[in-house]
Design a protein around this ligand. Structure first.
Ligand code: NAD
Length: 480
């Protein structure tokens, strides 16, 4: 069976302990490779390598650093097919989706930050006729990047690309559930000539390898994407050590449909924003709020389309909904559907595990599920399910829907459907969400700041924000 290796100091190496973890393909419900069960010894080696690599990497001329990162992007493009397959084998998502979204966006992340750093600026301020201040920005040092399983290579590169571009050296840990693309990526980095120790990828459990990164005194900043509960644990460890923290956490995103929307477009895109990647995107709209005058019509059109979504083998091009990432996660999602019923919800379609015939008969598939009849405050509408489950609720007034939309502890994203420009601006401004999409979903401009409000996170990533995060400022004041 294939063994995934750590990438430390430019070499692909087994874990120091010699211990391995099973890696499942969730679509077939079987182990298909093994990953290092790394511990603090591996992290120590990785941090030492990153520390040794920092002086040369942080002072390398920007053009050279940029060229190496661009070569990595080219490597991702070259390995497009194998990365898309690996992404699907690890995660259960349709290969078609990995090809359309995950891998192109991973390549774009590398390219964007490789070139953004060439245009990064700092400021100067003249204080009347007395002094000139100029501000420098220097790479922080060794940083930790920890990513989740839902968009494995896409979010892994989202963290490491700005860190490397800014001149930091990195100890990174992908999710133990989806390690394969990061492993293939480490081979791409070697081929691209990334100097040894600049990026170190250590595989293993969050509570062991991940925690060791957070606790390490030489790791000066942490960029983390994952669950809100994990984010709290990380903050509790890192904050008293005064580490710089960027936390991208969970969401419970409202999708607001006003009666003056482009109805067909709102229905079609809502199906995608609800069930894309099996609903395992932090930005999926899981609470659909529909103005009462079009509620019945919307529910009927929406459910008709949802019933047509093909749940099946991720390798099949017709599949729209693949497997959930693990048996544990599937059971969690199914338990939330049971909870919704206990809370008085009516399951209109889906609501159960799907057995896909053939090679996937032991896979972890759940039918796209639509639930009506719940109130805003019930647990189903307050807690992140992170699966193919949405609720639909009616509303009467604009003020009321803003209150509903803002009623959870989360504030990651929101979507508004209306053809009324004034309303779009008015409502968008009142939503407590880090990003608001109007008449679209998941459109991305890498220059914009990205991140959540409330318990969806701390800090902003994307564009200059990410490069700022991985650099520290110094002001030099010179008397004239
Ligand atoms: P998770 O929090 O369980 O794990 C995320 C990563 O953290 C994994 O690599 C894991 O091994 C590691 N980890 C776990 N415990 C750790 C610890 N104590 N110290 C250090 N690292 C630790 O999250 P997940 O289940 O992999 O991902 C799903 C969650 O991620 C959802 O809540 C989703 O909303 C969120 N998410 C957020 C965004 C965003 O941009 N805001 C994007 C994608 C996913």
């Amino acid at each position: 069976m294939e063994k995934i290796l750590n990438y430390i100091n430019g070499e692909l190496v087994p874990p120091a302990s010699g211990q391995w973890l099973d890696n499942y393909n969730p679509a077939i419900g079987k182990v298909y490779s093994q990953i290092p069960d790394s511990d603090s010894k591996d992290i120590e080696n990785a941090v030492l390598a990153a520390k040794n690599a920092f002086p040369a990497w942080s002072t390398m001329p920007l053009g050279e650093r940029s060229n190496i990162l661009l070569k990595i992007a080219e490597g991702v493009d070259r390995e497009f097919e194998s990365l898309a397959k690996a992404e699907s084998d690890d995660n259960g998502k349709p290969v078609k989706l990995a090809k359309a979204v995950d891998i192109p966006r991973a390549s774009a992340n590398m390219r964007f930050f490789a070139t953004a750093i060439l245009h990064f600026e700092s400021q100067a301020h003249q204080t009347d006729q007395q002094a000139i201040n100029y501000t420098t920005r220097s790479p922080l040092g060794v940083v930790g990047c920890i990513s989740p399983w839902n968009l494995p290579l896409y979010l892994f590169t989202w963290k490491i690309a700005p860190a490397l571009a800014a001149g930091c050296t990195v100890v990174a840990k992908p999710s133990e559930l989806t390690p394969m693309t990061a492993y293939l990526f480490s081979k791409i980095c070697k081929e691209a000539g990334l100097p040894a120790g600049v990026l170190n990828i250590v595989h293993g459990l969050g509570s062991k390898a991940g925690q060791a990164i957070i606790e390490h005194p030489e790791v000066v900043a942490i960029s983390f994407t994952g669950g809100t509960t994990t984010g709290k644990t990380i903050a509790a460890t890192a904050a008293p050590m005064f580490k710089k923290l960027s936390l991208e956490l969970g969401g419970k995103n409202p999708n607001i449909i006003f009666s003056d929307c482009d109805f067909d477009e709102a229905v079609s895109t809502s199906v995608i924003s609800s069930f894309s990647n099996q609903g395992e995107i932090c930005l999926c709209g899981s609470r659909i709020l529909v103005e009462r005058s079009i509620y019945d019509r919307f529910v009927e059109a929406f459910i008709t389309k949802v019933k047509k979504l093909v749940v099946g083998d991720p390798a099949d091009d017709n599949t729209r909904v693949g497997a959930l990432v693990s048996e544990g996660h599937m059971n969690k999602v199914l338990s939330y559907i049971e909870l919704a019923k206990e809370e008085g919800g009516k399951v209109m379609t889906g609501g159960e595990r799907v057995i896909v015939k053939g090679r996937c008969e032991d896979g972890y598939f759940v039918a796209p599920t639509v639930i009506l009849g719940l109130d805003q405050q019930c647990r189903t509408n307050q807690e992140e399910i992170f699966g193919p489950v949405v609720t639909i609720m009616p509303f009467d007034k604009e003020g009321e829907v803003i209150e509903f939309a803002n009623s959870t502890a989360y504030g990651l994203s929101a979507t508004i459907w209306t053809e009324n420009l004034k309303r779009a601006h008015r409502v968008a401004h009142q939503l407590k969400s880090g990003i608001v999409w109007v008449n679209c979903w998941l459109l991305r401009d890498l220059r914009t700041p990205f991140g959540g409000m409330k318990q969806s996170g701390v800090g902003r990533e994307g564009g200059w924000e990410a490069l700022r995060f991985f650099t520290e400022q110094k002001n030099i004041c010179i008397k004239l």
